[in-house]
Structures are given as structure tokens and as C-alpha cells.
Design a protein around this ligand. Structure first.
Ligand SMILES: NC(=O)c1ccc[n+]([C@@H]2O[C@H](COP(=O)([O-])OP(=O)(O)OC[C@H]3O[C@@H](n4cnc5c(N)ncnc54)[C@H](OP(=O)(O)O)[C@@H]3O)[C@@H](O)[C@H]2O)c1
Length: 360
């Protein structure tokens, strides 16, 4: 069987390679899946940017300097050497930008399995778990696009929202969200805005091209453009940053001073504007580690509860967001190559959700 794949140069993310390769015979215990569809967002660019430090390149090894960027997608088993996971079984999880891939199921439960391949043993397990989607409620099976494109981001939005609530907003009276037009960003804004118990103002910071989209979602009390950070009210503030833009971090901390009571580094949509912000007034910017808050809630709320609540919240945010968004499809590898470049170069409107498939 032929697999069509898009590889990315780990040292030069704008350099890509189309690979068509004959898959070898399926190994004992493994399953071969067709990747039906996957979503592409700035999150996948971040996987590539941090591919060496966090290990994202190691899930689906390529060759030499080339890597396969992980994407969230749905797949169907097309060949099986694993009696518990038959042909036809449908899956959701972290996959490569490819038409087909082989997985090695282990720790098999009714609702999920883990790819236990030797090269994955030292990597975070989250990206090796595959949901068996037949076991899920029917309404979720109907939300395949949302699961690929939106849920992985909105789940983080929910965990961020819960982290702020759990810490009484660190005493903040407002939450400032950097790169608010990102899915992770507006998902958080929506959750804060929709919760009648949250009295904090929600201030979104974005670029001129994306402000109207955020206004149309109605999830912020105020939308500010980059460069106008000085207009933010001098009040205790929790900053949640999806941009990774060091100039923005400096501008906000210098403007708010000791009023910056929490500074949470979540993402790097402005992936070429990163760096060390140096000594800044106010709370020290700290990387947000979602698994730590999830582990805390597993203890507080009981096993599985935090992800169940995050899933429910994701469904609601997705329904609202899709009223303002259009889903666009990329269906061949040449077009996928262009889409990847457009993602890197900020040429995708937040109104346009990007889905892809490399199946013929
Ligand atoms: N730490 C975690 O656990 C975790 C979990 C989930 C996501 N994240 C991170 O959160 C960030 C957002 O991810 P997402 O998938 O939600 O993003 P997304 O929806 O694809 O974000 C799109 C927005 O990002 C900005 N942007 C995109 N590409 C850009 C570029 N090349 N240069 C400058 N700005 C660019 C623009 O917003 P503006 O004009 O508003 O800036 C754009 O509207 C990612 O860095 C992701 O890795 C982290």
C-alpha cells in the first residue's frame, strides 16, 4: 500500500518534501489506518517549533533532518494484525500528515488504546492515546471536524479557565488574552464571558485583520490592537499569552507593573517573535503546564471528570464559533504544502478553519 506524506525540515520549517512510499508488510500486533481527515492550526506550527525540545518529532520519525508534524485527526483501520482492533474500527488521536500510518495498540480498553511502540516509551502519553470513537455517544461521532480542528484547543481553553477560577484569578480584576483570535484564545474568552460568576473583564489583544472576527464572537469586553497595550486599564491583571511575542509581553508588563498579578505563557502563534523577555515588573511569566491542572482536577473531581467537563465545554464553544467560521478543505498533498506555508506566514484568517485529507 502506498502512503502519501508531507515532511517538514526540522531546521527550516518552510522547506517541505512530498513523500510517496510503499508501506512494508504490517507487523505482528499492529494496525494500519487510513487517515480520513485532520485539522491544521497554529498549534501544529508550535509542535514543529518545539519538536526537538518537547519531542513532537519523535512520535512519527521520518529520516535525517526531516520530520512529520503531528496533527489531530480521525482514522479508520484498514488492515489489522491485532484481534481486539478490527478492520473498520474508527479512531481519533494524534496522527502524521499522511494518508496511512501503522500503529501498535496496547493497554486496550473499550474506549481507547495506546500506541506502545518502543520509540514512544519516553514521550508524553497524551499524544499516543487513540480514542475508539464507536464507544462514544452519537452526537460526538457527528462532530468529526470539530474534534480535529477545535476540541484539542478548546480543551486547553477549558483547563486555563478552570486554572484561573481555581486560583481566584490571582486577585485580578481583568484577564488580558494575547493573540485572542487563536482558537485557544477565543475559547478561553468565551468561557469567561459566558460564566455569570466571573466578574473579571475580558480584554482580547489581536491584530487589525482579526479584530472584527473577535467582535463578531462577542466574547470580549474589549478588543485591543497590538501596539495599543497602553490603553489597558491599570488594574490587577492576569495575562494569558497565546502569542509568545516577547515585545507584547514586555509592553504589557511595563505598562501594568505590579498590577500584573499572573502571567501565563501558553502558546507561540507569533512563532518568529519569541525570546527571553528579561527582567520584568509584576508576576514572572511562567509556562502553563495543562497536565498539572488536569492531574489536580483528577484528584479533586475524580477520574475522567475534568476531561468530561472540558469536552462538554468544547461542544458548546464549537457550536457558537462555527456560526462565524467557514471550514475549508485541502484534499491533495501539493495544496497541503501551500497550506503549511500559509500557516507559517499568518495567511490564514481565523474565520477559516483548515481541514485536510491525503486519501485519494
Ligand atoms: N501549552 C498548551 O498546553 C497549549 C495547548 C493548546 C494550544 N497551545 C498553543 O496556543 C497557540 C494557539 O493555537 P491555536 O491552534 O489555537 O491557534 P490558531 O487558532 O491557529 O491561531 C490563529 C491566530 O494566531 C495568530 N497567528 C497565526 N499564525 C501567525 C503567524 N505566523 N504570525 C503571527 N500571528 C499568527 C493570529 O492571531 P492574532 O492576530 O490574534 O495574533 C491568528 O488569527 C499555539 O501556539 C498552540 O501551540 C498551547
Amino acid at each position: 500500500m502506498l502512503s502519501t506524506e508531507l515532511w517538514v525540515d526540522k531546521k527550516d520549517l518552510r522547506s517541505t518534501r512530498i513523500v510517496r512510499r510503499e508501506l512494508s508488510a504490517l507487523a505482528a500486533g499492529e494496525v494500519r489506518v487510513a487517515v480520513d481527515m485532520f485539522g491544521l492550526t497554529a498549534n501544529n506550527v508550535s509542535y514543529a517549533v518545539t519538536g526537538d525540545t518537547i519531542g513532537y518529532w519523535d512520535y512519527y520519525p521520518a529520516a535525517d533532518n526531516w520530520g512529520k508534524v503531528p496533527v489531530w485527526g480521525c482514522a479508520t483501520v484498514v488492515e489489522s494484525n491485532c484481534s481486539e482492533i478490527p478492520v473498520g474500527e474508527r479512531l481519533w488521536g494524534c496522527l502524521p500528515m499522511a494518508s496511512h500510518v501503522d500503529l501498535q495498540p496496547g493497554r486496550i480498553r473499550d474506549d481507547q488504546f495506546t500506541d506502545i511502540a518502543a520509540h514512544r516509551q519516553a514521550l508524553p502519553a497524551l499524544y499516543s492515546n487513540f480514542r475508539r470513537t464507536q464507544a462514544e455517544p452519537a452526537f460526538l461521532s457527528d462532530m468529526q471536524v470539530e474534534r480535529c480542528l477545535l476540541f484539542p484547543l478548546f480543551i486547553t481553553s477549558y483547563v486555563l479557565y478552570d486554572y484561573l477560577l481555581d486560583n481566584d484569578f490571582f486577585g485580578a480584576q481583568q484577564v488580558v488574552i494575547g493573540s485572542v483570535s487563536s482558537k485557544t484564545g477565543f475559547g478561553l474568552a468565551q468561557l469567561l464571558h459566558d460564566d455569570p460568576q466571573v466578574s473579571q473583564r475580558v480584554v482580547g489583544v489581536t491584530s487589525p485583520a482579526n479584530a472584527a472576527f473577535i467582535e463578531s464572537l462577542g466574547c470580549c469586553d474589549e478588543v485591543l490592537l497590538y501596539g495599543n497595550e497602553g490603553d489597558i486599564e491599570a488594574a490587577p491583571t492576569a495575562y494569558v499569552d497565546m502569542s509568545g511575542d516577547v515585545r507584547l509581553t514586555r509592553a504589557l508588563h511595563n505598562h501594568l507593573g505590579e498590577n500584573m498579578v499572573e502571567s501565563c505563557v501558553v502558546g507561540a502563534t507569533h512563532w518568529e517573535e519569541g525570546g527571553n523577555p528579561g527582567e520584568l515588573p509584576g508576576a514572572k511569566p511562567q509556562f502553563f503546564f495543562a497536565p498539572a491542572q488536569i492531574a489536580k482536577r483528577e484528584k479533586d473531581w475524580g477520574p475522567g471528570m475534568v476531561m468530561a467537563r472540558a469536552g462538554e465545554a468544547s461542544v458548546n464553544i464549537a457550536r457558537h464559533a462555527l456560526e462565524e467560521m467557514t471550514v475549508e478543505w485541502t484534499r491533495d498533498v501539493d495544496s497541503l504544502q501551500s497550506l503549511w506555508l500559509n500557516l507559517l506566514d499568518n495567511k490564514i484568517s481565523p474565520r477559516n478553519g483548515q481541514m485536510a485529507t491525503l486519501l485519494d
